[in-house]
Design a protein around this ligand. Structure first.
Ligand code: NAP
Length: 251
């Protein structure tokens, strides 16, 4: 029960890594507020958690909307009176669009979803973590932060790592930590064969030359366990770090 007595927000918990993280957190004793846009899927995840004896509230919201992020944190405080862990996991892929195939609209959409949402949610959670003088923010970046994706996803995920180091530096003196987990290829809705078919495969193949894709894929539980490490006091002396969970794909 490594999260006993803790309150956690997990964004993007209606599927994939976020859904698994919420379930693992509940098994470890956390009280949860889960965030995503798809009501049915999010409620199914929450039901699985509550059926197993956990505590989980649902917030249907869009993390690209500042007002939704403010409300998600406020609802957490109204329900539980505190926020100890924030996992900024919500994200979309960028179809591997290089700069000469990336419209301004697509750029804005990916940056808003994968980067600006981390700013909104972290800023709001810190309003409560600072007076508590405790908290752990875990941001989900990607091996794509090394440039191994399209221009917008590469930029957003590199920014998430840099923003996390900045938050870590700023708040280390009062006991608030911020780290990133960078997943490698992990089968989820974001990474289905059908989703891959929408990618710019020529560019994806080019990226793959810089990766060892013959290694096994990680699974959502591998990612959730890494996120749990940063969320829990097991990592109480660790802040500003990026943990790559990819079987060594990018070594
Ligand atoms: P996924 O199954 O597609 O999950 C993405 C989640 O984000 C969903 O719950 C989705 O929920 C939510 N989401 C997307 N846009 C949102 C928005 N505007 N507002 C609220 N929620 C939103 O994919 P995943 O692989 O688990 O992705 C989770 C994170 O891991 C992402 O940040 C992704 O970049 C990162 N990652 C994944 C891989 C991989 O290979 N799978 C590799 C590297 C990094 P709704 O659609 O219901 O809103």
């Amino acid at each position: 029960m490594r999260l006993a007595g803790k309150v956690a927000i997990v964004t993007g918990a209606s599927s994939g890594i976020g859904a698994e993280t919420a379930k693992v957190f509940a098994q470890e004793g956390a009280k949860l507020l889960v965030v995503a846009r798809r009501k049915e899927k999010l409620e199914a995840v929450a039901k699985e958690i509550t059926d197993a004896g956990g505590t989980c509230k649902v917030f249907i919201g869009d993390v690209t909307k500042e007002a939704d992020c403010i409300k998600a944190v406020e609802e957490t405080i109204a329900a539980y009176g505190q926020v100890d862990v924030l996992v900024n996991n919500a994200g979309i892929a960028d179809k591997h669009r290089p700069i000469d195939d990336c419209s301004s609209e697509w750029w804005d959409h990916v940056i808003l979803t994968d980067q600006t949402s981390v700013y909104y949610m972290s800023r709001e959670a810190l309003k409560y973590m600072v007076p508590q003088k405790s908290g752990s923010i875990v941001n989900i970046a990607s091996i794509g932060a090394r440039g191994l994706a399209g221009i917008s996803y590469s930029a957003a995920k590199a920014a998430v790592i840099s923003m996390s180091k900045n938050i870590a530096l700023e708040f280390a003196p009062i006991g608030i930590r911020c780290n990133t987990v960078s997943p490698g290829p992990t089968p989820t809705e974001l990474n289905t064969p059908e989703a891959m078919a929408t990618f710019n495969m020529g560019f994806a193949d080019h990226c793959a030359q810089h990766m060892n894709l013959s290694l096994p894929e990680s699974n959502v539980n591998d990612q959730a366990k890494a996120i749990l490490f940063f969320a829990s006091d097991d990592s109480k002396a660790v802040t500003g770090q990026d943990l790559i969970v990819d079987h060594g794909t990018t070594l």
